[in-house]
Write a protein that binds this ligand. Sequence first.
Ligand code: ZN
Length: 275
Amino acid sequence: MDKLILTVALNGGVPTKEMNPQVPVTPEEIAEDAVRCCRAGASIAHVHARDAEGKPTLDPEIFARIHELITERTDMIVQISTGARAGRDTADRAEPVRRIRPEMASLTTGSMNFPDEVYENSFEVIEALATAMKEAGTKPEMEIFEPGMIENALMLVGKGLATPPLHFDFVMGSRGSQPATPRNLIFLSGSIPPDATWTVAALARWQLPMAILAIPMGGHVRVGLEDNLYYRRGELAGNEQLVSRIARIAAEAERPLATPDEAREILSLKPREPE
Ligand code: ZN
């Protein structure tokens, strides 16, 4: 079984400091938190950008600053969000990828309902984002909110817009997406190509149990304040705290954590070019 790749989803587009004062918002705060999470065992930093007011933005300059600060201070894989929370224009969503050429970016391969809005990703949008990633040499993490999105990701391979082995992230337990149940995780992880890798990102109270389940299944784990603001019921969490808890559980389960370079190997990313 591969070593465990821990992704920290540091901030997302929705959580605010009013909801949890530990949510990192500025590029400096995001990088600072990434450094702590890297020390605690995370090898991928999944990031969203925020403007001066703390609202989600697709501003490539802000993404570039976050990317620069994290890669200067850690050897983590930086995974940029191409989600539509910060804006629906497809070219704008692709621009940070084109500009920064990050090692990874998120790619949601279908449409669904968020609790407060429709998250629209037509085939045209998906293919445009996949094309930008292909041209940038960026590996997509296929964000799977519904089983049909797996098939849509495989269609990208058929069209030459994504290169196997694919990496999937099963997003579970958000209203409008697949429920976070063991049966669903077994079904989803059994529905991807044998050479593909997968991570589970379950929301809120589901984050911990689904993460624990993924460890002996050979999956990888995403935790962080984007998906879950609490350490336990009634107690707000910090990103480092959420990462450390999974690191401890994985150690007890004798599933060693992957370093960023080991994660690159597991995910078939190109080795980092020497500075
Ligand atoms: Zn995200």
